[in-house]
Design a protein around this ligand. Structure first.
Ligand code: OGA
Ligand code: NI
Length: 367
């Protein structure tokens, strides 16, 4: 796939190790304004301070109540936690172990898998497009995982030696869950053909051609200025559906709460996936389902890791509001683009809140 790359930046983990946590944070990472952002405190009211929990087994049984809860979660929150998802615990634990083991390797061992110019896959960072933008306090390993022919094994770590096998098993298991979640969503949306969510406006593309990439995030501790750096800048995901696994129980993910826009910390349930609607699903549904902005903050003393699996339509899909979801008098809010142009557009700018969806918005179009 031809895609824009990201400018090289130093490993934050290596930088922290070299300074033994005592060097001042370089200005490229400092965002003093973060310290004054409004973060929601847990006041015990679960309806406004936590995202919904959805039971996957009940969805599979076509439980009407659970389906309705899923529909509401996609419309009101764009985020939910998925329990009883059926991915075996040993598969989840192996993925956590491999992520941990990879980032624990010596710096030289990780450098072998460094991103190459003009490419997104590999060890490094994403969305760095200028020398003067603020940088995220994190290192990333980004890999194409499904379908298997999209893999570029050149970037798949050899250590730990179970890494490839673990990621192969994990990615297939997560894709299976994502397929079924999208099936439940297409029923909720009243789509007669569940493949529409993979094929997009063009149609005629099988569900199995959905693509998946995995982003392993490593957020080092920041002893000097944890409240003035961000692990992941505010962004929305560009895909259909993201499933995130929390590797260690350190809080960090925050979502911009629909309604008041305050940052709401997510406390992941043990063993659950945090699932979110991405930009493509917002576009397909012409805004019925929300792709909600989120970010990651870092801890002063403890590293944090997560594994995000992104699911996108076939590369041959056309991305735009699905005609059968548009009401009689309803105007499409977003433009229609082929998937390749959509991806290139997405990776060509710094992530900045929902600015990408705004670029896809009809009213902001020059062409
Ligand atoms: C992502 C993401 C959040 C986290 O990878 O897109 O939003 O908790 N990750 O690491
Ligand atoms: Ni994200």
């Amino acid at each position: 796939m031809e895609m824009a790359g990201s400018l090289p930046v130093p490993s934050v983990q290596a930088m922290v190790a070299a300074s033994a946590g005592h060097a001042p944070v370089p200005p490229r990472y400092l965002r003093p304004e973060v310290a004054t952002d409004v973060v929601v405190a847990d006041d015990g009211d679960a309806t406004t301070t936590s995202i919904p929990t959805i039971d996957f087994q009940r969805l599979l049984l076509l439980d009407p109540e659970e389906s309705a809860r899923l529909h509401a979660a996609c419309q009101d929150w764009g985020f939910f936690q998925l329990i009883n998802h059926g991915v075996p615990e040993d598969v989840m634990e192996a993925m956590k172990g491999s992520t941990h083991a990879f980032f624990a390797l010596p710096a030289e061992a990780k450098e072998q898998f460094r991103q190459e110019a003009g490419q997104l896959e590999g060890y490094g960072q994403l969305f760095v497009v200028s020398e003067d933008q603020k940088l995220d306090w994190a290192d990333v390993l980004y890999l194409n995982t499904q379908p298997p022919e999209h893999r570029n094994l050149r970037f798949w770590p050899h250590q730990p030696d179970s890494f490839s096998r673990t990621l192969d098993t994990y990615s297939a298991a997560v894709k299976h869950v994502a397929d079924r979640l999208l099936g439940a969503m297409s029923r909720n949306l009243g789509l007669t053909d569940p493949e529409r969510l993979v094929a997009g406006v063009s149609g005629g593309i099988p569900l199995s051609s959905m693509i998946q990439s995995v982003r392993m995030n490593y957020y080092p501790p920041c002893a000097e200025a944890a409240d003035k750096v961000l692990g992941f800048s505010p962004h929305s995901d560009s895909d259909l559906l993201t499933l995130v696994l929390q590797v260690n129980q350190i809080q960090g993910l925050q979502i911009r709460r629909p309604g008041d826009g305050a940052w709401l910390p997510i406390t992941p349930l043990q063993g659950a996936f945090v699932v979110n609607v991405g930009d493509v699903l917002e576009i397909f549904t012409n805004g019925r389902y929300r792709s909600v902005e989120h970010r990651a903050v870092v801890n002063a003393h403890t590293e944090r890791m997560s594994v995000a699996a992104f699911h996108s339509p076939s590369i041959h899909a056309t991305i735009g509001p699905l005609p059968e979801l548009l009401g009689d008098q309803e105007a499409p809010k977003y433009k229609t683009l082929d998937h390749q142009s959509f991806i290139t557009l997405f990776f060509s700018a710094k992530l900045h809140g929902k600015s990408f969806l705004e670029r896809m918005n009809k009213k902001n179009l020059s062409d």
